[in-house]
Design a protein around this ligand. Sequence first.
Ligand code: ATP
Ligand code: FE2
Length: 327
Amino acid sequence: MLCLGIESTAHTYGIGIVDNTGRILANEKAAYTTDKGGIHPSKAKEHHLTAAPGILKQALRKANISLDNVNLIAFSQSPGLAPCLVVGKDNAVALAKKLLIPIVGVNHCIAHLEIGRLLTRTKDPVLLYASGANTQVIAYQGRKYRIFGETLDQGVGNALDAFARYMGLGFPGGPKLQELAKQAKQYIELPYAVKGMDVSFTGILTSLKDKYDSGKYSREDLAYSAQETIFAMLVEVSERAIAHCQKRELLLGGGVACNTRLQEMCRIMCSERGAKCYAPEHQFLVDNGAMIAWSGLLMYKAGVRDDASIVDIRPAVRTDDVEVVWR
Ligand code: ATP
Ligand code: FE2
């Protein structure tokens, strides 16, 4: 059985093709980027509309199949930017109707966790989902993926990107800060904002901008200090979730999880408490279609189906709103 999954929650339009044993036949994508500023939803939508036919062709070619071989369509239904979600949904509905095959709407955050479980063979991990727009610590308990901690304001990647942009480094800023941090000479004290199990980044961002404006600190030291402080917060909340839920695996997901220093800090924390840390390869950490296809398959096999004539996007649905009937 082959599932074609469409990802379109934000800047990425991706199509993955996965079979029911978890073999990934294709994972193609195109991303909307900006030189200045963040995502403009209607421009991202334009991007997806333009990119969609080419990505579909590319994915079919990569998987070496024709559309008729596809048995199931999955799409990212929630959460995300409505104009972007609509493109994926419309294309998914059109394919399901044309091919007369079932369709399943998937929660994007849960898909990050499910593709990580598949690829790292973890059974019951805590997920640290650290991307541009999202920052959540998620674990399975009582038929739901519960959010044990999350950002109270912006996502961690957006905060890093905003600071990098402020220093004139362009977008995406996360990888650029990582490179600068390697040349740092000293740690500069910054606000540390863990509130209960949640984290907050706006105060740190303001402090970083003020320190940069003062001219007293190097960009390298600021980049290093931003990473050390912000990642320590993420590690602290992840550790508490692991302890609270008595889990033994930490799984990383989201674009910020590509950061080698964050990965290192997570590994140290895990080894100190007898847990193990896992990260899938880069193309599956960032937004991708394969994670939607695989999650759609899991859901379909558990009996979940949507009706192509009425199915819609659900931009505001949260991770813990979804009943996990497939576990
Ligand atoms: P989501 O829709 O899940 O919130 P997203 O649209 O923000 O995801 P991702 O591709 O998961 O997109 O993540 C992009 C973010 O990852 C950007 O903020 C980018 O700066 C950050 N990032 C990528 N590589 C690194 C790195 N090496 N270090 C830190 N941040 C990174
Ligand atoms: Fe994502």
